[in-house]
Ligand binder design. Sequence first.
Ligand code: SF4
Length: 318
Amino acid sequence: TFDVSAPWLNRVVERKPRQFVHAVDGVSFAIERGRTLALVGESGCGKSTVARLLVGLYEPTRGEVRFDGRPTREVLASREGRALRRRMQMIFQDPYASLNPRWKVEDIIAEPLREHGLLKDATARRQRVGELLQSVGLSPADAGKYPHQFSGGQRQRISIARALATQPEFLVCDEPTSALDVSVQAQVLNLMKDLQRERQLTYLFISHNLAVVHHVADEVGVMYLGRLVELAPKRELFARPQHPYTRMLLDAIPDIRMTGRARTPVQGEVPNPLDPPGGCAFHPRCPHANGRCARERPPLQALRGVQVACHAVEEGRI
Ligand code: SF4
């Protein structure tokens, strides 16, 4: 089996001026080939750190990331490192910032090919660029244009074409549609799903938007202050959310759960990650918190058929 997993991915530390933050702590999950795991949570929860860890842009201070069963750190440092980099690509949030405005589209899409020494013949490279543009719903004639000649959605299609240039198997998508208008978001998400089916792609999808997650994910991981608090198949998570934080996020968008209840805005603020609360980090915002919650950090464990980190679920209080 193909697997991108992060067992015991502990204590990723990000440097802040004179202080350290445990940006990700004890996060562990696996993604099967051809599937989409979405990581969701408010900003600052560590989901983008996990994304960068998986493609080797950050290194964990403890734990490891495995790709296809092998530790990525080891492989990236070896002679096979380049081949591994080709197999993993990243799509970023902002198609305006991630495309060089002075380059033609053909140069932007061909950049990874040049970087990896692939398709050195100019004609073959041009042909590949044309095919990639077609595969994302653009025209080969667009190759000679510049990014400013395209709409936001089209620019994100160009980013996707660039990410596909090396024929990767695994794509990390960091909020790829959040800078786009809602109507355009659906088109880009549908394109990504089509490409996944055609090319057997595996996605790690980062989003703060549960409607987007509902559209794309097979499995969902909910993160809070650097930790996974719930990990479940999408259907299960949306039908029967267990963790109070997951419930709070879902109650803010009742149209997805179709409960008919009024939307309840997310309560409270995310605490300062430099000074996280003891015990369960969610306890200052949790309507079910008790003394144990303030003292003991709940482990992520198998409960009610999903993975969840909550004393109240374990005790059957909720
Ligand atoms: Fe709420 Fe306690 Fe569960 Fe944390 S452990 S989510 S504070 S009930």
